[in-house]
Design a protein around this ligand. Structure first.
Ligand SMILES: Cc1cc2nc3c(=O)[nH]c(=O)nc-3n(C[C@H](O)[C@H](O)[C@H](O)COP(=O)(O)OP(=O)(O)OC[C@H]3O[C@@H](n4cnc5c(N)ncnc54)[C@H](O)[C@@H]3O)c2cc1C
Length: 484
């Protein structure tokens, strides 16, 4: 995730206040949403971000006229009535999105399938393709939608009790016999970072139904525009920001938050702190373990999600990418091998041509990595070089002679992701979304420390932009209720 040459700068025409009602650590999307809501209600809010641009994983960078999205490829639920759409409307943010239709493609060695943007159409296509499973498909989606609604409304219900301890693989096996159908319905597991044998059914449900019911969208101008929109609104509401500033400590008075200390030694007093950063670093780094022991023990036993290798290519000439479909390119040959590696390939310039100079294109590739593969890497430079070469060679199976069209080539490893966001080992989705780390087992937003809150993918409800928007909005509501 190389640095950007086009970034949003705050105007900084103000002096910092001697005291803030709230400090937000980290300008990831959850931090930005929370900060905007708190500033909107007239409080003194300071947003502190170590990078020189806001957005966390939702940022872009430019090279030779190409605008590359660092990590996020699309956002769920931006329609008028869905979570992100309602959040934007409530904050008075107007921005343009391109709806993705079809939503995705799944390409397996033995078959491929297109996932349409509309859920009813998807169900009908699956029923046509797998007629013997017609009723099971209907029952499965009925339960999946019910489960989604119940988790969305955060309500206790029988449907949650039925599935909260099940993996997605167990759920699929209970409904279906057809192997290919199970592979299809598991084909998007990369969006939550865990194969069906390990991923919680709730996590997969939240991601899939969000995309199928509320749509997948690409922000016009790239994903940085999404982050910038919240950041600008926060400043308009009178919020203060410190970009390129790293928080070193959260300061306590007994068991209560009293402010933060920056890397340069500056102390800033505050009534409350919201941490949008890696929860392990919040409690073991910024707080040096000064909290309830059972809470610390729980965190030390939790496991972070996987990370990825990312390749960003700017290509020119008369390269023909019309046959390159956006989606997952799996190596699995049956449902029992769905945990095998995949590539996710997209050509964002097909959606938003202005991301590249005219007649040029961007190819973006995510490579699934096994944690065991990169946890012991010491020579990241060689790792990056060999992954880059290997990935380009694999792409040439779909685009012969690709190498001769490449004008810009950048790549990122888990180490790069960690360097830019401080997510441990470049964790893409906060905590792994296993049954024992999702739903009521995920860390709460209210912590054992008075006036310290969490937001983002290390807390509830889970990973992904739509979920962290909901997390940022939810924690702001919790805080505003207390203020009232
Ligand atoms: C490769 C990849 C692709 C993805 N694709 C998608 C996708 O297409 N759609 C989707 O919905 N989700 C996607 N995700 C997941 C999604 O990006 C994340 O779940 C989400 O962005 C997390 O947001 P967040 O607000 O929790 O925090 P983060 O984005 O992790 O931001 C945390 C912020 O805190 C800052 N920070 C850290 N420590 C400090 C400190 N001490 N002081 C000050 N600042 C600090 C960091 O610099 C960072 O800006 C993807 C993730 C990855 C890695």
């Amino acid at each position: 995730m190389p640095s950007s040459d086009k970034c949003i700068q705050s105007t900084k025409k103000y002096n910092l206040y001697p005291y803030y009602d709230a400090i937000i650590i980290g300008a990831g999307i959850a931090g930005l949403v929370c900060a905007a809501f708190l500033a909107k209600c007239g409080k003194k809010v300071l947003l502190i971000e170590q990078h020189f641009i806001p957005g966390g994983y939702c940022t872009s960078f430019r090279r030779k006229g190409f605008t590359f999205d660092a990590a996020v490829h699309h956002i769920g639920g931006c329609g008028k009535w869905s979570v992100v759409g309602r959040c934007l409307r409530t904050l008075g943010i107007e921005m343009d999105f391109y709806p993705l239709d079809p939503m995705d493609h799944l390409i397996f060695p033995n078959f491929s399938i297109e996932i349409p943007a509309d859920m009813d159409e998807y169900i009908a296509r699956l029923q046509d393709r797998y007629p013997l499973e017609k009723d099971n498909i209907k029952d499965f989606f009925q339960d999946f939608v019910k489960l989604y609604r119940a988790t969305f409304n955060n309500e206790k219900s029988q449907i949650i009790d039925r599935y909260k301890d099940q993996t997605y693989g167990e759920m699929l096996n209970a409904f279906f016999k057809n192997d290919e159908l199970k592979m299809t319905l598991a084909g998007q597991w990369g969006y939550i970072g865990l194969p069906p044998t390990q991923a919680s059914a709730i996590a997969m449900c939240q991601m899939m139904i969000n995309y199928l019911k509320d749509g997948a969208f690409f922000p016009a101008g790239g994903t940085q525009e999404f982050a910038n929109a919240f950041f600008k609104k926060f400043i308009d509401f009178g919020g203060h920001d410190m970009l390129s500033s790293r928080v070193e400590k959260i300061l306590l008075n007994g068991n209560s938050v009293k402010g933060v200390k920056l890397q340069d030694g500056k102390e800033i007093p505050a009534g409350l702190v919201v941490s949008n950063i890696d929860a392990r670093q919040t409690f073991f780094g910024l707080l040096e373990g000064k909290t309830d022991l059972s809470f610390l023990n729980k965190i030390s036993e939790m496991r972070e999600s996987c990370s990825f290798f990312l390749l960003y290519l700017g290509v020119g000439g008369d390269i023909d990418l019309s046959r390159l479909k956006r989606g997952f390119y799996h190596t699995a040959t049956d449902a029992s091998t769905m945990d095998k590696e995949w590539l996710y390939i997209s050509v964002p310039t097909k959606i938003c041509p202005s991301l590249a100079p005219s007649n040029k294109q961007i190819i973006s590739v995510v490579v699934c990595l096994d944690k065991a593969m990169y946890k012991n890497v010491t020579d990241w430079k060689s790792f990056k070089e060999s992954m880059t070469l290997n990935t380009i060679n694999r792409l040439e199976a779909y685009i012969p002679d690709l190498k001769k069209y490449i004008e810009v080539k950048e790549s990122a490893t888990p180490k790069t992701l960690e360097r830019y966001t401080s997510n441990t080992n470049g964790a893409a989705y906060g905590w792994e979304v296993t049954v024992d780390q999702m739903w009521e087992n995920r860390l709460p937003q209210k912590t054992p420390i008075e006036n310290l809150y969490l937001t983002g993918h290390w807390t509830k409800p889970g990973p992904g932009i739509c979920a962290v928007v909901s997390s940022g909005w939810g924690v702001a509501n919790l805080i505003m209720e207390n203020w009232r």
